[in-house]
Write a protein that binds this ligand. Structure first.
Ligand code: SAH
Length: 349
């Protein structure tokens, strides 16, 4: 997810982080810093109320995410194009890159992710015939992957506006026979088991209120031998004996959650543990925070250009609020609480 120039609409006051405090919804992440603690559903009356409250909160989050991307994707596309994810840069590289440099960095992010996941040669590429792009935005990655592999690619998003735009762009690029997009929930995917040779989630995991269910669905739809790629915003791994982030760290994340429709965060370690709970092989993760460092300053710079400012003002106060939250992402990275993580694995044959 890229926090677009506009802030969410009507739901900024929702207690997304407090999903955990409702008590015992099954398999919900309890807090950003509680590792993979997963709770069981209580059977008490109070527990049932808690489950109902959590379900309502999850529905509200889903609705908020859809509205957020309905409203802001056009603005992002106008300024930054069809990839709504970070670029991948050499550490400490100049931040004075041209616009096309940033687009290249976004493509490089996809290429580096494939390489990290083990799709390194023609033999591996040939095996990829069906791809799902989970949380597809307006389909930049899907169209790229379909063209690269000659594969069939399906993208899912919560935003009807994004799905339509993604399909229109596919048609404009004569790719409709290969690529299609639909509104669907990553936590309840409308696909049969074992369908996809490549399951790719590029910066959507941070939106998922139930990371265990998210991972379970990614694993379920992967074909035997299929590869799973999760590129996502995480908080830092907790050290041994540490139970939670520091309050000041949590405070930064809470502010970002409010503006950009994110539930509780987790760490890359948490993702690894979740993947380990399934029968998977070659589970790997890496911290690419240094590689994405030039990205946010560049986004802020474009927001401060004449075009950027005009678009921002046209979008109104909420957009401005969103833009004002961007420095918190930079602060979070600089202070080491936010990590840009990649986690990959393969489903055994
Ligand atoms: N992967 C895209 C877009 C990233 S923006 C790209 O790199 O360009 C985050 C995307 O995640 C949005 O499209 C949003 O609709 C989607 N998303 C968030 N929660 C989702 C969910 N529960 N189910 C499906 N898509 C979801």
């Amino acid at each position: 997810m890229i926090a677009t120039l506009a802030a969410p609409s009507s739901l900024t006051s929702l207690p997304f982080r407090t999903i955990s405090s409702f008590g015992s919804p099954s398999l919900l992440f309890r807090s950003p810093s509680s590792s993979v603690s997963m709770t069981t559903t209580t059977t008490t009356a109070r527990g049932n109320v808690a489950v109902a409250a959590a379900a309502t909160s999850t529905d509200a989050l889903r609705k908020g995410i859809a509205e957020f991307y309905n409203e802001t994707s056009g603005l992002w596309e106008d300024i930054w194009g069809d990839h709504m994810h970070h670029g991948f840069y050499d550490p400490d590289s100049s931040v004075q890159l041209s616009d096309s440099g940033h687009r290249e960095a976004q493509i490089r992010m996809i290429e580096e992710s494939l390489r990290f996941a083990g799709v390194t040669d023609e033999e591996e590429e040939k095996k990829i015939k069906k791809v799902v792009d989970v949380g597809c935005g307006i389909g930049g990655s899907s169209r790229y992957l379909a063209s690269k592999f000659g594969a069939e690619c399906i993208g899912i998003t919560l935003s009807p506006v994004q799905a339509k735009r993604a399909n229109d762009l596919a048609a404009a690029q004569s790719l409709s026979h290969k690529v299609s997009f639909q509104v669907a929930d990553a936590l309840d995917q409308p696909f049969e088991d074992g369908k996809f040779d490549l399951v790719c989630s590029m910066e959507s995991g941070e939106h998922m209120p139930d990371k265990a269910k998210f991972v379970k669905e990614l694993v379920r739809v992967a074909a035997p031998g299929g590869r799973i790629i999760i590129v996502t915003w995480c908080h830092r791994n907790l050290s041994a004996g540490e139970k939670a982030l520091q309050p000041w760290e949590q405070n930064i994340l809470d502010k970002i959650c409010k503006t950009f429709y994110l539930p509780a965060w987790c760490s890359t370690d948490d993702y690894v543990k979740l993947l380990q709970s399934h029968s998977l092989q070659d589970i790997k993760c890496a911290d690419w925070s240094e590689n994405v460092a030039p990205f946010w300053p560049a986004v802020i710079r474009t927001a401060l250009t004449w075009n950027g400012l005009v678009s921002l003002l046209r979008s109104g106060m909420k957009s401005i609020k969103g833009a004002l939250t961007m420095p918190l992402m930079i602060e979070g990275y600089k202070k080491g609480v936010i990590k840009f993580g990649i986690i990959t694995c393969q489903k055994p044959l």
